[in-house]
Design a protein. Sequence first.
Length: 210
Amino acid sequence: MKIIFLGAPGAGKGTQAEILSERLGIPTISTGAIIREAIRTGTEMGKAAKKYTEAGELVPDTVVIGIIRERLAQPDCEKGFILDGFPRTVPQAEALDSMGVVPDLVISLEVSDAAIVERMSGRRVCEKCGASYHVKYKPSGKGEICEKCGAALTVRRDDAPEVVQSRLAVYHETTEPLKEFYARKGLLRTVEGQEKLEDTTARTLAVLEG
């Protein structure tokens, strides 16, 4: 089973991808994670990526696609995989096609921008131990203090409302066109994100079984 997850930043696609990964026994491939791993292990494409990251530049599509190709060639992908965070643009999707990587299913996790801003701006992270909380969904019993170690909780810069809105604007412009791209191929399925994690998971599993 080859699955691609689409969704705005903060929609929860990474969480759902991990749940499906366990259920189906296939790996979740997160673009950011495999780029870091390729750099760490010093693969040919990893060395190319390192030059860009050290210069503070975005890793170009040709290198990202090369790293994806390396990862998909590994034995644990023989029975399938879940791509989370790739492709992000139509040209990347076309490059996947040219590699002969054709997904069985593309799941678009739909959550409104307003809900994402609320969800992400409510996140709190312990600056000492890294524990994660949410003012609405998972509050600390000690207010703005970490329950585990007593250090102060902070808002990550990426979770500030203005930053989240900027990231959402980029998503709508560059990544959302993928929905039409895959819909034309008859591969797209939509899952409406729910308030409770388990309800979203139930809907995601229903799409798989349907």
